[in-house]
Design a protein around this ligand. Structure first.
Ligand code: BG6
Length: 374
C-alpha cells in the first residue's frame, strides 16, 4: 500500500521516555546514537546532492527556527570548505527576499525536521515556480516538503517528541557536514588528505557528544541552577559559533521562557554592549578555531563591565577558562564541526533551567512542533 504522508515506521517503544523525566532529556542523551545513524548515510545520497549543488551558480539555504541555525552552520562550511556561494534566508522571508530573481542555475537547500513547516514549504514552492532546483533535508519520510523537492536527504534521527529540537539539530549539521565534504572533493577546494582528516574528525563527534554528556551533565546542571533566576542572557560566538550561540539562545527561550539573545561577538560592541551590567550572564562559545583570538578580545571587553561569564571551551583551553566564572569542557573536536558538540551543554543548560523554574520542557507554552499554518 502506498505510504501515507508522515507514515513513518517508528515503533511505539521508541516513543517511551525510557526512564527519563522528559523526552527532551532522553533525546539529548540519544544524540550519539542519532549522530552515528546520520553519519552512516549511504555515500551516494550525499554525492548526488553534491552533484546538484556543484552545478549551481548560487545556493540558498532556507529554513525556520532550529533548522535555520543548522543552515547557518551549513553556510559556513559550504563557504569555507567547499567554496560555494551560499546565502541563508529565513523561509518566512524567502519570497520577499528573492522576489523573481531565482533561475534554473540556482539550488535551494530547504531544511525542516518535520517537512511540514508552512513557511518552508511556501519557500520551496516559490523556488520551484521559478525553475530553481530544490534539495530538502528532513527527518520525516514522505513529508510534504520531501514530495515537493527534486532531491531529499533524510536525517533518520528517529522521532523527536520534545518540542524544542535537540538531536535533529545535531543530525542536520552532520548531514550538511557530509554534504560539504563531498562537495569539497568534487570541486577540488580541499585535497583528498584534507577531506580525510576532516571526515575523521566528523566521525568522532558521536564519541565527543557522549563524553560531554557523561562528564558535564552535573556541571551544567549546577551552573543552570545557579543562574535559573536570571531574567536575561546573552550568547556570544564568532564564525560558525554564531550558529551555535543562536541555537543555545533559542533553547533557553523555548523551554525556560527567558529572554536570551545571541550575537556575533564582534558586532556586540556596536551598541548592545550597553546592556551589560554587573552580574549579567554572558555565555561564550569558544572552540579553538580561527576566530578564537578575536573572541578572547571580545570577552575581555565584556568582562570589564563585570558580566558573569559562562564559557563552553575545549578541555585543553586555558585563556578563556581563566576569564570565565564557569567553564564547561568539551573533548577535542574538529573546530569546523563544533556546532555539533558545543551545542550540547547549551541544550542541557536550557533543560535544567526550565526544570528548575518548574516548567515542562517537552511542552512549552504557545509553541508547536511544526507551524503548519502559513
Ligand atoms: C517551530 C519549532 O515551530 O518550528 C522549532 O518550535 C523548529 O523547534 C521550527 O525548529 C522549525 O521546524 P522544522 O520542522 O521546519 O524544522
Amino acid at each position: 500500500m502506498a505510504k501515507k504522508a508522515n507514515d513513518v515506521s517508528w515503533t511505539p517503544e521508541m516513543l517511551e521516555k525510557g526512564g527519563y523525566p522528559h523526552f527532551m532529556l532522553k533525546e539529548i542523551h540519544e544524540q550519539p546514537k542519532a549522530l552515528r545513524n546520520a553519519l552512516s548515510l549511504r555515500l551516494e545520497v550525499c554525492q548526488e546532492a553534491a552533484r546538484i549543488l556543484n552545478d549551481s551558480q548560487q545556493v540558498y539555504i532556507t529554513a525556520a527556527g532550529t533548522s535555520n541555525h543548522a543552515g547557518l552552520a551549513g553556510r559556513y562550511m559550504f563557504t569555507k570548505l567547499s567554496r560555494v556561494r551560499t546565502q541563508n534566508i529565513l523561509s518566512s522571508e524567502f519570497p520577499e527576499l528573492t522576489g523573481e530573481l531565482l533561475c534554473e542555475d540556482d539550488v535551494v537547500l530547504a531544511i525542516s525536521q518535520s517537512g511540514e513547516t508552512a513557511d518552508t514549504i511556501n519557500a520551496v514552492k516559490h523556488a520551484k515556480r521559478q525553475g530553481a532546483k530544490v534539495i530538502s533535508v528532513t527527518n520525516v519520510v514522505g513529508s510534504t516538503m520531501s514530495k515537493l523537492s527534486d532531491y531529499t536527504i533524510y536525517t533518520y534521527a528517529g522521532p523527536e517528541y520534545g518540542l524544542a529540537a535537540t538531536k535533529t539539530f545535531l543530525v542536520q549539521v552532520a548531514c550538511l557536514s557530509l554534504l560539504s565534504l563531498d562537495l569539497s572533493l568534487m570541486r577540488g577546494s580541499l585535497s583528498d588528505g584534507e577531506v580525510k582528516t576532516l571526515r575523521e574528525g566528523l566521525m568522532n563527534t558521536p564519541y565527543v557528544v557522549d563524553r560531554t554528556i557523561k562528564r558535564q551533565d552535573r556541571v551544567v546542571r549546577d551552573v543552570a541552577y545557579q543562574f535559573a533566576n536570571k531574567q536575561s542572557f546573552l550568547f556570544l560566538g564568532r564564525g560558525i559559533s554564531t550558529a551555535t550561540a543562536m541555537e543555545g539562545a533559542l533553547k533557553l527561550k523555548e523551554t525556560a521562557y527567558i529572554h536570551a539573545e545571541a550575537y556575533p561577538a564582534g558586532e556586540f560592541r556596536h551598541g548592545p554592549m550597553a546592556l551589560i551590567e554587573p552580574g549579567f550572564p554572558v555565555i561564550i562559545i569558544a572552540p579553538p578555531d580561527e576566530t578564537y583570538d578575536r573572541l578572547v578580545k571580545n570577552l575581555g571587553e565584556v568582562k570589564v563591565h563585570q558580566a558573569k561569564i559562562i564559557s563552553v571551551v575545549q578541555e585543553d583551553d586555558s585563556e578563556v577558562r581563566a576569564l570565565s566564572d564557569h567553564a564547561i569542557s568539551i573533548p577535542e573536536t574538529a573546530p569546523m564541526f563544533s556546532p555539533i558538540t558545543f551545542v550540547v551543554p547549551l541544550q542541557l543548560f536550557a533543560y535544567f533551567v526550565a526544570f528548575r523554574r518548574g516548567y515542562n520542557p517537552d511542552k512549552p507554552r504557545y509553541l508547536v512542533k511544526a507551524v503548519t499554518e502559513p
